[in-house]
Design a protein around this ligand. Structure first.
Ligand code: PRP
Ligand code: URA
Length: 208
């Protein structure tokens, strides 16, 4: 399985503040967005640029430019929306889709309630966004939906992941590359990530 964990002191520092119970909504949201930007930076490390001739104030040069609309960001609602600001800061002209999904509180199974992706999604490389990869059920179903639309290249960007979720995604979708800021220890009996950060959606939107 291809899993990239961001090992960097700046990320650990930001995660420490993010995880803290006392961190309020504004700071939590800002940190989710910033860490998403770093994940996007890492996930786009190998993209191909289009050879372009530009003119600096001094001379002409041949360099590379990103063909931004070859890429699509797809947040899994709600919590994935928290990562969108960060990634569109770095790739502002990427296309954006939305997948609505929530985890049933008793069965922990994902329930899909919305699916809207840009026209021509099958030709784009997709970056699926969700801060939390717990059992992996939501990620696997979201990837199934994208594949059913013909998407061939999918990357999954998450802030915190559990080993259980990484295993589930890599077994069902071994072709999907996972980028995570941190791999945590395990899930508890309520399928929350330990030590984790609690409920990402509630902390981003201040709903609890
Ligand atoms: C959270 C999280 C993921 C999912 C992860 O969303 O944002 O989508 O749970 O759990 P899983 O890996 O076990 O499927 P939640 O269902 O709480 O919905 P929300 O984003 O609306 O808060
Ligand atoms: N969803 C969350 O928001 N947090 C977890 O720890 C697990 C699933």
């Amino acid at each position: 399985m291809e899993v990239v964990e961001l090992n960097h002191p700046l990320i650990e520092h930001k995660l420490a503040i993010l995880r803290e119970e006392k961190t309020g909504t504004k700071e939590f949201r800002e940190l989710i967005s910033e860490i998403a930007m770093f994940l996007c930076y890492e996930a786009m490390k190998d993209v191909k640029l289009k050879k372009t001739v530009i003119k600096t104030p001094i001379e002409e040069m041949t360099t590379g430019k990103l063909e931004e609309d070859k890429y699509a960001f797809v947040p899994i609602l709600r919590a994935g929306m928290g990562m969108l600001d960060g990634v569109i800061t770095v790739v502002p002209n990427a296309k954006i889709g939305h997948i609505g999904m929530y985890r049933d509180e008793t069965t922990f199974e994902p329930v899909n309630y919305f699916f809207k992706v840009p026209k021509g999604i099958e030709k784009r490389e997709v970056f699926l966004l969700d801060p939390m990869l717990a059992t992996g059920g939501s990620a696997c179903d979201a990837i199934d939906l994208l594949k059913s639309k013909g998407v061939k290249k999918i990357n999954f960007l998450c802030i915190i992941s559990a080993p259980e979720g990484l295993k589930a995604v890599s077994e069902k979708h071994p072709d999907v590359k996972i980028f995570t800021a941190h791999i945590d220890r395990e899930l508890n009996k309520n399928k929350y990530i330990c030590p984790g950060l609690g409920d990402a959606g509630d902390r981003i939107f201040g709903t609890k």
